[in-house]
Design a protein around this ligand. Structure first.
Ligand SMILES: *[C@@H]1O[C@H](CO)[C@@H](O)[C@H](O)[C@H]1NC(C)=O
Length: 606
């Protein structure tokens, strides 16, 4: 919800925090394990200069080819398909002369028959069964091929991983695929050879098909790293499974958790985006519900949101005796539902509010945001039009229409609507900031800077213009100026209670980008958390900084904390994605401790 609730302050910060995260995401997904050894270099080395495996190298065109995103693999969904296609591997086995064993092929051997053979005979016979299996497989006679591999497994004196892996390939291709058997055979193959990438990939695909996502992620991660990041298909599979796993877990968590209000800063900024209105006058003989509503509105005025929620719920239950009060109560309850992410509930309440009082422009404006959240832009704009018909001079309408246009990337029209809003009332600082940001986004740097400078002058005691101007400067890589703006914002926030610590986190990020000063960045975030232990941006930044320093266990811990703090589903999915990515790589090094050294060699570009 936070992602598209048209609230400027948090929206732009979150947006940028997300970019920071997603820019680093590929590095995390592909490079964390390597980073354990030598920082972020491994990822770069792995993706930019590694020779490809034999068979798919076109001379001279390696790098270019790797840069391009090929659509293959990514789009296909649901089909369980072996990545290797119908090609089986031959593992260092000489071609055996098979004529003399031909008579035996296809008939199971008894234990006595096997016991009567020499070791050499058994080895040769197993090899010829495998040959038969491969031939049948190439003819797409998968059931038959599987039988041949079974014979090979029965007769061989020394278990061979390739027999199991090839039989698994048959099970993958049967109709319907026998995924449980694929997993079983790959288990056997990997027990014999834990570095067997093909078996890892095969098992991962089967596990994904069986919706055993944790295990699929474990295997894809191992395959990616063992393959030295050379196989794009596997790397994409890691991302795909991570996304599925994080989404699934997020939904489980949210279904079992009390809905939570966003941070204090977020809520107060949201409420501030509507001009204050006088409370509706109580009727001469107010009911209990009427009085409770009155208390709810007072709690809201003193920014005691938790209390306001409880009271307004109670008031509606007790029953409110007059229309204006009822419309107000449904509006408020719907707003809180919207803030906790209960979009359908919010919609019902706002519609109830409008049924009682169709001219309530604030409910119309909020309903527009709800429509937007549900992806119905047309309905959203209809609400704005209706609101304008009621009161064409209400600045809130244009501000919020600007917000909707902003998230639709219609920056020019958004800027027009913000301007209209400030013409009607220029006292709301975020309208000016959003105007500046919209101008910046539409490529108009000069106007944007001018708007920021005007806003700084008009609101000398507000931290927000400094903070967002700082973000613009940071985006322009004017680091020193950016840090100065963030510092000024921090100073101004110190005078407030509770202070908004986001400028502090921003300062940390700026110092990191400017001087790669991780220590300073960490100190800023730690200070932010001391003031506001629930600041998700600070925790998220600390998690990323831990990764940069190869402190992966510490990163896992911070990502866990970030997941616990996350309120909306997108935030939660994002945090969980990192949490699982890091965890799977910790697990990899536990299972393949010998790889640590090799990873660091990989990082050095060897
Ligand atoms: C605001 O946005 C709407 C699009 O919804 C556009 O038609 C209008 O021209 C914009 N400007 C003003 C001043 O309303």
């Amino acid at each position: 919800m936070a992602s598209s609730t048209p609230e400027p302050a948090t929206a732009t910060l979150l947006e940028r925090a997300q970019t920071f995260l997603s820019e680093n995401k590929r590095a995390v997904l592909l490079g964390t394990a390597a980073a354990l050894a030598v920082g972020g270099v491994a990822y770069y080395a792995a993706t930019s200069s590694r020779p490809r495996g034999a068979g798919d190298v076109e001379k001279g065109a390696r790098k270019e080819k790797k840069e391009k995103k090929s659509g293959k693999g990514g789009k296909k969904k649901k089909t369980v398909k072996d990545v290797d296609g119908p090609i089986l591997e031959e593992r260092e086995r000489p071609k055996a002369k098979v004529e003399e064993e031909d008579a035996l092929l296809g008939t199971p051997l008894t234990a006595e028959q096997i016991a009567a053979m020499s070791e050499e005979e058994r080895t040769r016979l197993a090899a010829s069964f495998k040959e038969k299996g491969n031939a049948a497989y190439k003819d797409r006679r998968f059931a038959q091929a599987a039988v041949f591999y079974t014979r090979a497994i029965e007769v061989t004196p020394k278990p061979e991983p390739v027999f199991y892996s090839n039989r698994a390939a048959c099970y993958v291709n049967m109709q319907p695929p026998q995924l449980d058997l694929v997993v079983e055979d790959c288990d056997a193959a990997l027990k014999l050879d834990s570095n067997y990438v093909k078996a890892l990939n095969r098992r991962a695909i089967a596990l994904e098909g069986l919706d055993r996502l944790d295990e699929a992620l474990r295997d894809f991660t191992a395959a990616t790293i063992l393959d030295k990041f050379a196989n794009q298909g596997t790397a994409q599979a890691v991302e795909r499974v991570l996304q599925k796993l994080a989404t699934k877990k997020a939904q489980e968590i949210l279904a079992n958790r009390e809905p939570r209000l966003p941070s204090f800063t977020f809520i107060s900024a949201y409420f501030a985006a509507f001009r204050p209105r006088p409370h509706p006058a109580l009727p001469a003989e107010p009911s209990t519900g009427d009085q409770t509503l009155h208390l709810a509105l007072q709690a809201l005025d003193s920014a005691d949101y938790a209390h306001a929620v409880t009271l307004v719920n109670e008031a509606i239950e007790q029953g409110i005796s007059w229309d204006e009060g009822r419309a107000e109560a449904f509006n408020l309850r719907g707003t809180f539902k919207f803030l906790t992410g209960d979009v359908p509930g919010a919609k019902a309440d706002l519609q109830a509010s409008l049924e009682v009082l169709p001219t309530f422009t604030q409910s119309l404006v909020k309903l527009a945001s709800v429509h937007m959240e549900q992806g119905d832009a047309q309905a959203a704009f209809k609400c704005f039009d209706d609101a304008i018909k009621v009161d064409e001079k209400d600045p809130d309408i244009y501000y919020h229409r600007g917000q909707v246009l902003f998230i639709m990337n219609e920056f020019t029209q958004a800027a027009e609507n913000y301007t209209k809003s400030t013409e009607l009332d220029d006292s709301f600082v975020f309208t000016h900031i959003q105007l500046a940001v919209a101008q910046y986004k539409s490529g108009n740097l000069a106007s944007s800077m001018a708007t920021f400078r005007r806003t700084l002058k008009a609101f000398p005691q507000r931290s927000e213009p400094h903070n967002y101007y700082g973000e613009l400067l940071l985006d322009q890589q004017r680091y020193e100026d950016a840090v100065e703006k963030f510092e000024r914002a921090v100073e101004l926030e110190k005078l407030k209670s509770p202070p908004n610590v986001l400028p502090l986190v921003n300062k940390g990020l700026a110092l990191y980008q400017w001087k790669q000063d991780i220590g300073a960045a960490e100190r800023c975030c730690a200070e932010a958390l001391r003031i506001d232990p629930e600041c998700e941006a600070a925790v998220a930044t600390l998690a990323q900084l831990s990764l940069q320093q190869s402190k992966i266990e510490q990163a896992v811990e911070y990502f866990g904390r970030q997941s616990a703090l996350a309120r909306s589903e997108p935030e939660l999915v994002n945090a969980l994605t990192y949490q699982y990515a890091s965890m799977s790589q910790v697990e990899f090094l536990k299972n393949y401790p010998q790889m640590a050294a090799q990873l660091s060699a990989l990082a050095r570009g060897i």
